[in-house]
Design a protein around this ligand. Structure first.
Ligand code: SAM
Length: 252
């Protein structure tokens, strides 16, 4: 595959930081029972945010409610106008809370979309309502994923262990990255790693050979944003720090 000129000339990871071997299976890879207490939705069930109106006893309450809905609508539109040209994708995730956590990070970072490869239900609780505002695209398998990447003109960046991985600290990302994370067990398949414009690995010094995948995704996203900021390329350089709006839930 042709490499983009923006790809790092960074050296491969130092031999002092060898790629860890595949870790032993510590936990069952099948969705476990603790999720039962949380609400679950399949991707296709997602729809517009649902807000429960208060009891409209008087005109004042009703007007206040309408103003609140309008404010939320404005904030949603403003948010969508500010989406950045990058995506995050996950290959066959098996643990629902990991998907929810990734959606939440993708939303915070203003990613254009989160792509789930493979059919999964996922834990809406972990997403903390971010699933209502961030596009979650589901594709069936590697060929659909490849087609989608091409259609969206994303530059595939695999986040995983690989012989040609560059360290996060050295990584220079392409213009429209789609960061692909691997399954809890097995990681990103070799053929997709080979497809990638670059593979980035997060250095580790601990004895456990890998990070949680939602954590790994979050670290790389914020490294990408941090590097844009360093180059004064972050479109909203002063943005990102939450204003506390009195009496309003920032999740609204
Ligand atoms: C738990 S790891 C999978 C580890 C292992 N390679 C395997 O095959 O079972 C799940 C995913 O998290 C991401 N990940 C975890 N630690 C990482 C690191 N240090 N650098 C880059 N990606 C990492 C990768 O996307 C990986 O595929």
């Amino acid at each position: 595959m042709t490499r983009l000129t923006t790809i790092s000339a960074a050296a491969p990871l130092s031999p002092l930081l060898p790629c860890p071997p595949t870790p032993p299976l510590l936990h069952s890879s099948t969705p476990s029972s603790p999720h039962l207490e949380f609400p679950f939705l399949t991707i296709d069930e997602h729809s517009e945010p649902r807000h429960t109106p208060p009891a409209m006893n008087d005109l004042k309450t009703q007007l206040a409610w309408e103003r609140r809905l309008e404010r939320r609508q404005r904030r949603r539109e403003e948010y969508r106008r500010g989406l950045r040209p990058f995506a995050i994708a996950a290959w066959n995730i098996t643990k629902e809370h990991n998907v929810g956590s990734l959606v939440r990070t993708a939303h915070a970072a203003a990613a254009q979309e989160l792509i789930l490869v493979g059919e999964r239900e996922w834990n809406v609780e972990a997403a903390k309502t971010s699933e209502l505002y961030t596009t979650v695209t589901r594709v069936d398998g590697r060929e659909d994923f490849r087609d989608h990447i091409r259609a969206m003109k994303w530059d595939l960046v695999v986040v995983d262990f690989d012989d040609r991985a560059v360290s996060l600290f050295e990584a220079e990302y392409p213009a429209r990255p789609c960061f692909l994370l691997g399954a809890e067990v097995g990681g990103v398949p070799k053929d997709l790693r080979d497809d990638a414009e670059m593979v980035v690995q997060i250095p580790q010094w601990g004895l456990v050979p890998s990070l949680n995948l939602a954590v790994a995704g979050s670290i790389v996203l914020y490294d990408f944003l941090g590097k844009l900021h360093q180059k004064s390329l972050l479109d909203r350089p002063n943005g990102g720090l939450m204003d506390s709006v009195e009496g309003d839930d920032p999740r609204g």
